[in-house]
Design a protein around this ligand. Structure first.
Ligand SMILES: Nc1ncnc2c1ncn2[C@@H]1O[C@H](COP(=O)(O)OP(=O)(O)OP(=O)(O)O)[C@@H](O)[C@H]1O
Ligand SMILES: [Mg+2]
Length: 275
């Protein structure tokens, strides 16, 4: 198992010393080449879960349980070990790609520099690798886009750059927290297809977080439905879509556009056919 989270509880201490638990015992696991979707309403704990997984929760967070990444418990690692892990093994994609990009540096250079930070390659090799990455995330006219600043690109193009940076060091695990929420529907579909391809082509494990079950249903093999910091359902996406056991999941399903729902009804067997 690449990532195995066991009975993860997170509580935050406020300035007066009182504690509020926001994750109440989450279990999940994901393997190479798999996509796990995490869906839940605002405040259900999706981001806290993803931040915990890369050791980025603030100091006032109390965490118990186990987060086993390739067999090693993240919760007992030093900051130095965590930094290395974040650089080389776990990539992150944010909702608003601007937060991950430097507004004052050309896109090609940004990707090249992040490569050079972690690998011993020449400036020229890094530039070539950056171009390849931009082509991999299907940025049109990639060569010219290398010379653009982030603000000269569309939201969808910026998100592609965000993905390019996240996959630059060939991570084993990619966590995408609402990567397409800020984008319009067609661009959203294109970005999801790219993520899906990365999983198949590079064998990456992908955790895709969204409040939109439609997004999750599109590419996730397995799904975790969260509600108020609890695990509502967890299993094969197709099973959850066809046989939701909790009212909350039923509500999420009912809120999907009719066409999407019909598509699920027509899915007879394995989750692969949902794609
Ligand atoms: N640093 C923090 N200190 C205290 N409480 C926090 C902190 N970060 C998150 N929380 C609380 O944890 C709970 C879960 O928040 P989280 O950000 O994980 O929700 P989410 O599911 O990602 O929501 P959204 O869909 O809006 O992004 C919320 O009640 C939030 O207020
Ligand atoms: Mg969030």
């Amino acid at each position: 198992m690449m990532l195995d989270i066991k009975n993860l509880k997170v509580s935050f201490q406020n300035s007066k010393g009182s504690e509020t638990e926001v994750l109440h015992g989450i279990n999940l696991s994901i393997n190479r080449g798999e996509t796990l979707g995490i869906v839940g309403e605002s405040g259900s704990g999706k981001s806290v879960l993803s931040l915990a997984t890369i050791g980025l929760l603030p100091a006032n967070a109390k965490i118990t349980g186990e987060i086993l990444f390739q067999g090693n418990n993240l919760l007992t690692m030093s900051e130095k070990q965590l930094c290395k892990l974040r650089g080389a093994n776990i990539g992150l994609i944010f909702q608003e790609p601007m937060t991950a990009l430097n507004p004052a540096m050309k896109v090609g250079k940004q990707i090249a520099e992040s490569l050079r930070l972690h690998t011993k390659i020449s400036r020229k090799e890094a530039q070539q690798a950056a171009l390849q990455l931009l082509e991999m995330v299907k940025i049109p006219d990639a060569k010219r886009k290398m010379e653009c600043y982030p603000h000269e690109m569309s939201g969808g193009q910026r998100q592609r750059v965000g993905i390019a940076i996240a996959i630059a060091l060939k991570p084993d695990l990619l966590i995408a927290d609402e990567p397409t929420t800020a984008l319009d529907v067609t661009v959203q579909a294109e970005i999801l297809d790219i993520l899906d391809e990365l999983v198949t082509e590079l064998g990456i494990a992908l955790i895709l977080i969204s409040h939109d079950l439609g997004v999750i249903a599109r590419i996730a093999d397995k799904t975790l439905v969260m509600y108020h910091g609890n695990e509502m359902e967890h299993g094969e996406t197709a099973d959850i879509l066809r046989r939701p056991t909790h009212d909350y999941t039923k509500k999420l399903l009912a809120a999907l556009p009719r066409r999407t729902r019909l598509d699920f009804d027509n899915v007879p067997f394995a989750q692969g056919e949902l794609k």
